[in-house]
Design a binder for this molecule. Sequence first.
Ligand code: ADP
Ligand code: MG
Length: 247
Amino acid sequence: ERDWRIFREDYNITIKGGRIPNPIRNWKESNIADNIIEIINKVGYDEPTPIQRQAIPIGLLNRDIIGVAETGSGKTLAFLIPLLVWIGSLPKVEFAATVDQDQGPYAIILAPTRELAQQIEEETNKFGTPLGIRTVAVIGGLSREEQGFRLRMGCEIVIATPGRLIDVLENRYLVLNQCTYIVLDEADRMIDMGFEGDVQKILDFMPVTNQKPDTEEAEDENALMKNFYSKNKYRQTVMFTATMPPA
Ligand code: ADP
Ligand code: MG
């Protein structure tokens, strides 16, 4: 315990919350699957950044998290790795009865601007494409029809700006009946730009809430949470931000 406290101090990692797993010392010793480590090595990320060291093991337990770290500190990969691992763990769909029902998306990543959404899409594809995980960006600039066409092709992850996502949801180009995982990136800027109401609206389109299981009698809270989340019974809500304003 003392060693981990020193480790966290060395990397300037502060934690708040219960039963927080140990940070990652290096990629190899982490719980991340070999095929993902291989991609990380290929991309050339030798060491995890501090936010990645602490946020990834929490994310791998499918727990909600608010991750705060300065711009340029690698927050994208901090939320991407647990998300990709989770998608990889979902039961494979043999064939789709209807595209709407069986082809996802299983997760949404929200960003405040089109440029940020495109950067996230690039990073997601760098890691997700070799794993067979497909993304569609729902951002301004495409016609509704073109956007609808891309969505009908099927994808596991939608990366979107709030306004445009609400537009495609309200016009039924996209259904979130399988989507139980949401990442709010640059949450501080999202608040600044007045997207709080839009975010709430998007959460209301999702099939489950973040109501937590009763863990009173649980022997191992993390194992229980993982069990509940992996069955998609509850929403997993992940938030990353550079600053932490009260709102
Ligand atoms: P943030 O979202 O915190 O501003 P990003 O996720 O955009 O930061 O990452 C900033 C830059 O650092 C990107 O160019 C990314 O490719 C790079 N990066 C991310 N993780 C690592 C790592 N572990 N080692 C080296 N570079 C990394
Ligand atoms: Mg970022």
